[in-house]
Design a protein around this ligand. Structure first.
Ligand code: GLN
Length: 255
């Protein structure tokens, strides 16, 4: 099977596993010719150890609290295996909220100060952009990338995005990786979702906050699709996971 892990050190693990299972049925039933021998099969597992991570073809890092998650990952000896998974093996990884923080190369110091990160996305995130838990909110996001999905008119509907102590991408950095300037051949950072502001093309001054990005195999969202019953993003991501598992690479937009 294609094994998809959810990092289960802390945070919203079960919610992701539930939505992944639901999304998997959509992905499986929409295969061109479902049959026993072209058949894809998924396994979804919780990941707490390096051997479990090694079984995975793809990984979700859930929301929660990124400082805590980093401390636990360090203690369990998972930080370097995670970095290897993301940056050396280039397997598909999706971080939601705290997971996005973990996947950023840099997190700007709020009160929490510095912390260890996995990295992979050449961005700097600003943690807790919208304040405390009390300031949590839901916003309809127009996510253009979902329109490429093959699920009909529903694909165009705004996505009800849940923001809880959410980070945003504050800046796309040219080459933030500390692993020694292998700038060439790297995928660019694509802005896939913007909240607030006009236009929604993302990135520029006055154009709202960047809340979804992808760079090659690494995808991050500020918000929590797993806290809704909207499977669209999970389906979209799982299709890329299938593609990566089959072809050993990710097909990027327009590539
Ligand atoms: N504020 C948290 C952090 O910085 C993320 C919150 C969340 O995942 N809902 O890690």
């Amino acid at each position: 099977p294609i094994t998809v892990g959810v990092l289960a050190l802390q945070g919203g693990v079960v919610e992701h596993l539930n939505l992944l299972r639901k999304a998997a049925t959509h992905v499986l039933t929409s295969q061109p010719q479902p049959s026993a021998d072209n058949g894809i099969d998924f396994a979804f597992i919780e990941v707490r150890t390096a051997p479990q991570l090694a079984q995975c073809d793809a990984l979700i890092i859930p929301g929660g609290e990124s400082t805590t998650m980093a401390i636990v990952a360090r203690r369990l000896g998972l930080l370097d295996p995670l970095r290897d998974f993301v940056k050396v093996q280039h397997k598909p990884v999706w971080g939601t909220c705290a997971g996005l923080v973990m996947l950023a190369e840099q997190a700007s110091a709020t009160k929490q100060g510095g912390q260890e990160l996995v990295g992979g996305l050449d961005v700097r995130v600003l943690r807790n952009r919208y304040g405390t838990q009390m300031q949590s909110f839901v916003a309809g996001l127009d996510l253009g990338f979902l329109k490429e999905a093959k699920n009909g008119e529903a694909a165009a509907a705004p996505f009800r995005a849940v923001f809880i102590r959410a980070p945003v991408v504050e800046e796309i950095i040219a080459d933030g990786r500390q692993d020694g300037g292998e700038g060439k051949g790297k995928a660019p950072v694509e802005v896939l979702g913007v909240y607030g502001g006009e236009g929604g093309t993302g990135g520029g001054e006055g154009k709202g906050d960047i809340v979804a990005v992808r760079q090659g195999n690494v995808f991050g969202t500020s918000f929590h699709p797993e806290l809704t019953d909207d499977v669209r993003i999970h389906v979209w991501w799982l299709r890329q996971v299938v593609d990566a598992a089959r072809h050993g690479r990710l097909v990027l937009n327009g590539a």
